[in-house]
Design a binder for this molecule. Sequence first.
Ligand SMILES: O=C(O)CCC(=O)C(=O)O
Ligand SMILES: [Fe+2]
Length: 281
Amino acid sequence: MSYASEYRIGFGAELDVSKLFVHVDDTENFDENSFAPVAERFNKYGVAVLVCKERPEPRVNSVALKQYFGNVILHDRADEDGIVPIDPTDPIPGYLGSTCADHPPHTDGAFSLEPEQVLTLQCIVATTDGGMTQLVSGDSAYDYMARKHPKLLPALFRPDAMSIQRTDIRCLRPIFNWVGGRVQMVYREDDVAATIIHPEATEAFSVLREFIIDPENIVEFRLQPNWIVVLDNLRLLHGRTAFPTSQARRMNRLNFDGTGPFGRYLSFGIIPTFSELAVAA
Ligand SMILES: O=C(O)CCC(=O)C(=O)O
Ligand SMILES: [Fe+2]
């Protein structure tokens, strides 16, 4: 049994999201074989969507993921299971996820020095309008910068490229970073997170941002109740569109460090396919 996807794929709006779907009864009983289709999608695209059967207590499917993906990354809004409820009925200042507003594409944990590797987002209640899940491929974003803007790319690797603050936590960090032969991406830019870009990186950041907000580069779909997105938080960006205050929407977020027993089946990060050095020279 091989878990390696034949190749990694960057994508844009044209991606047929059904390619990400893996139909499962529940998440409690994955073994090496039944997990293989999940790993295959995760490794190829950076994301898999578990289309789980309906059950009376869907959160059990979320909690069961703790067996596979390592330590739960705690969040100050987490409940006793480590789950962060994403629900606009309880808006919390400083947390876009707790509102009905759009939450532009980002990586989670941009405020922490060790952001989570595996993000899982389970839908409990879906809207009928808005509230669409958005995904942006970091592979495509990196490839675009390396091919089209090779001279700008190094600025995004500066350790002080981005300074980001929420409440009293401020963090200085690169946007792209080499870790263990892979590139990891951390990105956040919205009205709530106070992001300051180093003057030497502003041009590169604005070119990258144009790419990230271009609808052609964003895959959009509506998660349905019981579905769980499992994604590489340092390879893909995720976001969601605004939705009407009149509509209920609820998600459960549970994030991991990726060190668990199934981490060995997963291939994390961006593997650059194009050397910008060849062009920059
Ligand atoms: O509401 C969603 O679907 C995602 C929210 C989110 O990404 C967050 O709160 O970090
Ligand atoms: Fe998020």
